[in-house]
Design a protein around this ligand. Structure first.
Ligand code: E4P
Length: 226
């Protein structure tokens, strides 16, 4: 399963990219709104694009009508031609996906909360379907179970869109989505960093370093005696 980082923060993206653990970045209007408002959206997106060196970058439209979405897609593609256009899972969005897919422009259908929405997005020609896990958990619906359902249907029906598990809230979500067979999980930076940590790794490293230092000290003591 590939990992993307779900953020518009330049420092977070730079760090995650430097570790070599992410193949892409997903942004959305809320994530962009969290960042410095003096930087314009185009500039920020291009900065992310440069850091990602050709990795996946989803940029979301904010229009809610098909023509507006297609106009925005054109604009985003004029910034960089390999953009993935992120489109909300609404009827006008599906029509935009159909049109973009006929032009071989990659799309990521976002705000998917069940398998029927995922199937419709696939059929409209979506390159990616983003199934939101955490927001389902928030309303007492098991988000991982929905990802499992979608993955099972994809296997049975041999459907084409890549499945992105989105709205990830903690490392257990990453494991659940990988077990279910999602192609990609897009993960907030904080959760990504949490997922790298294990107390036994830190304790193990500390004892290796202590033992090595002890050995060096003993060596130095012996050398001093001779
Ligand atoms: C997906 O691409 C979205 O940006 C994202 O995962 C939203 O998740 P949230 O529930 O953390 O806002």
């Amino acid at each position: 399963m590939q990992l993307y980082v779900d953020t518009a923060n330049i420092n977070e993206i730079r760090h995650a990219a430097a570790l070599g653990i992410v193949n892409g970045v997903t942004t959305n209007p809320s994530l962009l709104a969290k960042e410095d408002p003096s930087v314009d959206v185009r500039q920020r997106i291009l900065e992310i694009y440069e850091i990602m060196e050709g990795g996946h970058l989803s940029v979301e439209v904010v229009s809610t009508d098909t023509d507006g979405m297609l106009r925005e897609a054109d604009e985003i593609l004029s910034w960089f031609p390999d953009a993935t256009i992120k489109i909300p899972m609404i009827e006008s969005g599906l029509a935009a996906v159909k049109s973009l897919s006929r032009q071989n422009i990659p799309t990521n259908v976002t705000l998917i909360f069940n398998a029927t929405q995922a199937i419709a997005a696939n059929n409209a020609g979506a390159t990616y379907v983003s199934v939101f896990v955490g927001r389902l958990d928030d309303i007492a619906i098991d988000g991982i179970q929905v990802v499992q359902e979608v993955c099972e249907i994809w296997d049975t029906q041999d459907l084409e869109s890549q499945i992105i598990a989105a709205s990830i809230r903690h490392p257990m979500h990453i494991i659940g989505c990988a077990q279910a067979g999602a192609d990609i999980a897009t993960v907030p930076y904080k959760v990504l960093m949490q997922s790298l940590k294990h107390p036994l790794t830190d304790a193990g490293l500390q004892s290796f370093l202590n033992d090595y230092a002890k050995m060096q000290a003993e060596k130095a003591k012996l050398a001093g005696k001779n």
